[in-house]
Design a protein around this ligand. Structure first.
Ligand code: AMP
Length: 444
């Protein structure tokens, strides 16, 4: 399948060529035709699957084909609502790239910064508005934004939106846009609350699903280190001694925790920066570009700040703390292995966190391989029956226990054996950990 086969207009095809995209990702292949036909879409896809282009390309094409500004000024005809500023900025960059040859204008608005330049951009007239919910409602209230001409509406990362407490904002936004519209709804997970919200927004949607959240990308190899909380710093430093780890994204549960890890690493001359909600937007952008550019080796982030971070070829994720919401684990490790790159994700698990680990393993349907040989093994042992009991010894490799497809019952027909789902890059995976990793598929 090539982009040419998707009936895209020439200016978009040449923009995609310039981006270096040769073939559509599965979500693009499925969603683009549905959207070009004018259908509503319910997309179950996590970040990293190419979903931004899956909605940006048809929006650009349809708005170009239905030109016709109302009056002499452009009217906002497409609205994309996304939970975080980082994500909003990245979506804006995607529209700029794919729409580079088109006569369409877009702008991005988000909170935490002065609204002046955002308002100026809106005044100049735009076709596409990308925003976070709070700032949008602020500017609507101040009458800087008129949503009455919206033809295409996208709710991006709906599950995260709900997690972050934006549900009422989303409901208010829906009331402000015309009922006759094309709606697109994306979420990495589809629990009941999300489906109810989707049903209230979409009209007879077509459903597209790629990489269900319960099956973490097979190309990401995973490992868990049992370690006491007090020894996590030492373990992190130990892991980072591996010079083949060129860059690492480290997740902490709290902002304070992120700052502490950064301080520790900086003391040891490991270049590290933090991004979290207490940092200014400018600081976050700078930290992100330093990390992308390679001058910062370790980026330490909280979940919310990390949402939407898009770093090509990020190879290494560390869960310094185990997330208490199992889907968050899938989101975190989805930062690696994007667009076909390979990735590794390791997790540091204290005794207190074993229950979270169990929830994660239940969600992904497999036990995460345990890296048992490292210098800081947990001294606090769980009570009998509480511990994971890894069986059998396997090298920690991607084609071994690291694969995390749901066992039988997923109906996918894949991921149900040791060698069926090798990474596309072909064998040659180099175990990076000195220790053994024990793994065992959970009984299904
Ligand atoms: P997303 O899921 O939208 O966050 O996209 C993940 C990454 O994949 C981004 O870095 C995109 O630039 C990249 N990407 C999206 N579509 C394609 C494609 N068809 N070919 C190669 N890379 C892509």
């Amino acid at each position: 399948m090539s982009f040419e086969k998707l009936n895209l207009i020439e200016p978009i095809l040449s923009a995609l060529k310039k981006e270096g995209y040769t073939t559509p990702t599965p979500i693009q292949e499925q969603a683009i035709p549905i959207l070009l036909e004018g259908n509503d879409l319910l997309g179950c896809a996590q970040t990293g699957t190419g979903k931004t282009a899956a909605f940006a390309i048809p929006i650009l094409q349809l708005l170009t084909q239905n030109q016709g500004h109302t009056g002499n000024k452009r009217a906002i005809r497409s609205l994309i609502v996304t939970p975080t500023r980082e994500l909003a900025i990245q979506i804006g960059e995607s529209f700029a790239s794919y729409g580079r040859n088109l006569n369409l204008r877009h702008t991005v608005i988000f909170g935490g910064v002065n609204q002046f330049s955002q308002v100026n951009a809106l005044k100049a007239g735009i076709d596409i508005l990308i925003c976070t919910p709070g700032r949008l409602l602020d500017l609507v209230q101040q009458r800087h934004v008129n949503l009455s001409h919206i033809q295409m509406f996208v709710l991006d990362e709906a599950d995260r939106m709900l997690d972050m407490g934006f549900v009422n904002d989303v409901k208010r936004i829906i009331k402000l846009i015309p009922e006759r519209r094309q709606s697109l709804f994306f979420s990495a997970t589809m629990p009941k609350t999300i489906l109810e919200l989707a049903n209230s927004i979409l009209t007879t949607p077509k459903k597209v699903e790629v990489t269900p959240v319960s099956s973490t990308a097979e190309k990401i190899s995973q490992g868990v280190y049992f370690v006491d909380q007090a020894k996590k710093n030492d373990l992190l430093v130990h892991v980072l001694q591996d010079k083949t780890i060129k860059s690492a994204l480290v997740f902490t549960r709290t902002k304070h925790g992120a700052d502490k890890v950064v301080k520790l690493l900086q003391k040891l001359n490991i270049k590290a920066e933090a991004i979290h909600g207490n940092k200014s937007q400018n600081h976050r952008q700078r930290a992100l570009s330093n990390f992308k550019g390679g001058s910062t080796r370790v980026l330490v982030a909280t979940d919310i700040a990390a949402r939407g971070i898009d770093i090509d070829e990020l190879a290494f994720v560390v869960n310094f703390e185990i997330p208490n919401i199992p889907e968050t684990y899938v989101h975190r490790i989805g930062r690696t292995g994007r667009a076909g790159a390979s990735g590794q994700a390791i997790s540091f698990c204290d005794i207190e966190e074993r229950a979270y680990l169990r929830d994660i393993q239940k969600l992904i349907g497999l036990e995460i391989p345990v890296v048992s040989e490292h210098p800081f093994p947990a001294e606090n042992k769980p009570a009998p029956g509480v511990a994971q009991k890894p069986q059998g010894k396997k090298p920690f490799s991607r084609s071994g226990g690291g694969k995390t497809h749901r066992g039988s019952g997923s109906g996918s027909g894949s991921g149900n054996g040791g060698g069926g789902n090798r990474p596309k890059s072909g064998g040659g995976f180099k175990p990076r950990f000195s220790g053994n990793a024990d793994s065992k598929r959970r009984p299904s």
